[in-house]
Design a protein around this ligand. Structure first.
Ligand code: GAL
Length: 666
């Protein structure tokens, strides 16, 4: 088991990306002094420093990095040392033009930004291994080294001839023979039958809709290709010193480039980069969802629990469509501690010091263009002190008895342009369910299909479009073991190849749910269908025939007037719910509160007022985050770790503030 990590001594990690290669040494000294003042104990170094480390092929200039690591060590700060392979230098691209990536339209990209490489190109892979080996040989036993940070946010794509050949090899392994591939991709449609492997390519730009099976397998193949680029670096770093953990940071957001659950098996720590896109309460909702996703990958993806860490976040401004939005006072602390509450081993920012130039010169930083005499720096120092007070508490297990299933491949499959409605979105549906539960005060785990469901009373499948036989068995086992189930529209419609399961939707779960869906009725963007009992449905509706289930809510108006919209089927002592439309937020919250209540699941802190997020952990900690601009009173008893005050039955959480109570166990 890797040792020497900051959290092994009970501390939470605190710091961010630091780029000394952009500054002269006197700034390094100033930075390290400021880091100490802010309570920083871990910095990510070298992420995009390839051209400084290897200015010419095979000529390495590492003295500056020696000095940087020694300086950090002398200051008691650990390093997450990155391999710089996300940004090959210009010399590499000029030398290996065939290692530049090709878009689906056949355009070969040029150097000029970052990430301009094809991960299937042997020249790129060899160069990446070489620089990683050089770093491993030099620093694997450096006392400052806490963690290897491989690459940055794997997620680029490519359609070059090398990628095409690699795709064919991957398909050969997956299917064995062409008949199986033809069957999985249903190539009898539109004369796509393949009679030779040489005819099979990547889904490049084509005349009209591409084959859904081909698109889906390409995404799986590419995720595996990027993963092998990661694991070959990991293996050589690990070989140099098995005691040092290795990871890579996951990119989150609308773009889901790889199957993060599958990747979790290969990392010693799940690291996420999280930048909420919303500026209102949506930012807090997104934060909670991202943290619960990361926890699920760390706990269930790996087959063995590993820690997880917020590896990048914005210390100040949030990127939004068209502008940067400055975080209100208190928000940075709340966002940071919301991750810690949900199990993060600490808080890391992108970035420590804002550069004077370069493409991201206006990205927020702890040390901004104005220097350190700023609100953001003072708040960062306060956060460092708060994390210091929480030393010894990380990373704790979160109490949750609801699980939301999340599956990258279902998200990819729903993006196919031939679906009955555009903008179908499995991650978005998972987030909508999570949001509804979050507003109800109910904590949820977000788990990959197949994850152990011990302790889970209610399993939710949110537009979990793909259902392999293994996934269907997993769901059945949960219900037959007495667990409750809530399935939303579009779940279980197709198998793992995106082939529709026939006989009425949702083919995988009809009998469990006691319904048969005859037909979809997608709604227009501005269409809302009233539901009996209040509320409306949006985006989607269906002709649902009950086959044993009772109707909880019916469509009230339109072509489906009087037909079931939400149903409930009794299976043993549990319920299996079916939701055939997207309820509005209030209706969804009420529905999920009821489903959770019937499953015996209560809010994390039943007395917490609206606007106060509560997370209860198995280590006896209760995190309370006040997202309102008024003081809020919450029932609690114990010790407030942030203030040292005894809490005797009730606690007032300041406007925008956070409390962490070590509860008295009665
Ligand atoms: C991350 C990336 C960083 C930086 C940051 C800006 O996704 O890893 O390098 O670009 O976004 O928000």
């Amino acid at each position: 088991m890797p040792t020497k990590t900051p959290w092994d001594d009970g501390s939470l990690c605190y710091g961010g990306d630091w780029n000394p290669e952009q500054w002269p040494p006197d700034v390094w000294h100033e930075d390290v002094a400021l880091m100490r003042a802010a309570g920083v104990n871990l910095v990510t170094v070298g992420v995009f420093a390839w051209s400084r480390l290897e200015p010419e092929p095979g000529r390495y200039t590492l003295d500056w990095l020696d000095d940087v690591l020694d300086l950090l060590h002398a200051a008691g700060i650990r390093a997450a040392l990155a391999t710089p392979t996300a940004s090959p230098p210009p010399w590499f691209s000029l030398r290996h033009p065939d290692a530049l990536p090709v878009t689906a339209d056949g355009v070969r990209l040029t150097h000029g930004s970052r990430d301009t490489y094809c991960a299937a190109a042997p020249a790129y892979r060899a160069a990446a291994r070489s620089i990683a080996e050089v770093l491993a040989a030099r620093y694997a036993h450096h006392p400052a080294l806490a963690l290897w940070h491989v690459h940055n946010e794997y997620g680029t794509t490519c359609h070059c001839p090398r990628t095409e050949a690699a795709f064919r090899r991957w398909l050969t392994t997956r299917y064995g023979d062409l008949d199986a591939l033809n069957d999985a991709w249903v190539t009898s449609f539109w004369s796509q039958h393949y009679s030779d492997w040489a005819q099979v390519g990547t889904p490049r730009a084509t005349q009209y809709l591409a084959n859904p099976g081909q698109l889906l397998d390409f995404r799986r193949f590419w995720s595996d290709t990027l993963l092998s680029a990661y694991t070959e670096q990991r293996d050589l770093l690990r070989a140099a010193n098995p005691a040092v953990p290795v990871t890579t940071n996951y990119v989150l957001g609308d773009w889901v480039p790889v199957d993060h659950a599958r990747w979790a098996r290969e990392v010693d720590l799940v690291a996420i980069d999280h930048y909420p896109s919303a500026t209102d309460l949506g930012a807090e909702e997104q934060t909670a969802f991202a943290a619960d996703l990361a926890r699920g990958w760390a706990r269930h993806g790996a087959g063995r629990p590993v820690p997880w860490l917020l590896m990048e976040s914005a210390p100040n401004q949030i990127h939004t469509a068209g502008r940067m939005h400055t975080k209100e006072p208190g928000r940075m602390t709340r966002h940071s501690l919301a991750h810690v509450a949900r199990g993060s081993a600490g808080v890391m920012f992108f970035q420590w010091r804002a550069p004077a130039g370069g493409a991201e010169r206006f990205h927020s930083a702890v040390v901004s263009h104005a220097g350190a005499d700023t609100r953001v720096f003072r708040k960062a120092a306060d956060l460092g002190a708060a994390l210091g007070r929480l030393a010894g508490t990380a990373p704790g297990r979160v109490q949750a008895a609801v699980a939301i299933a999340y599956d990258a491949a279902s998200g990819w499959a729903l993006r196919h342009p031939g679906m009955p409605r555009d903008a179908l979105d499995h991650p978005g549906e998972a987030a909508a369910v999570h949001r509804a539960l979050w507003h109800a005060g109910v904590t949820a785990d977000v788990v990959p299909p197949g994850a152990p469901l011990d302790g889970c009373r209610l399993l939710v499948l949110p537009a979990l479009y793909l259902a392999s036989d293994a996934t269907v068995d997993w769901v059945r086992r949960h219900v037959h073991d007495g667990g409750h189930l809530l399935v939303t529209w579009l779940s279980g419609v197709a198998d793992e190849h995106a082939r529709v399961r026939l006989g009425g939707y949702p083919g995988a779960y009809r009998d469990l749910l006691g319904v048969r869906v005859e037909q979809f009725h997608p709604l227009a963007d501005d269409e809302h269908v009233p539901l009996s009992g209040g509320g409306t449905g949006r985006i989607w509706s269906e002709t649902v025939h009950p086959a044993g289930a009772e109707t909880i809510s019916a469509y009230a108006g339109g072509v489906l007037d009087g037909r079931p919209a939400i149903t409930r089927n009794r299976v043993g002592d549990a319920y299996a719910w079916y939701v055939s439309t997207r309820p509005d937020d209030d209706t969804y919250r009420r529905l999920l509160t009821e489903a959770a209540g019937l499953a015996g699941v209560a809010p994390a802190c039943p007395g917490a007022p609206s606007g106060v997020e509560a997370v209860r952990r198995q280590d006896g900690l209760l995190y309370l985050l006040n997202h309102t601009d008024r003081p809020q009173r919450v029932p609690a008893a114990g010790l407030d770790l942030l203030t040292g005050a005894t809490v005797d039955g009730e606690l007032t959480v300041a406007p925008g503030g956070v409390a962490v109570v070590r509860e008295e166990i009665p």
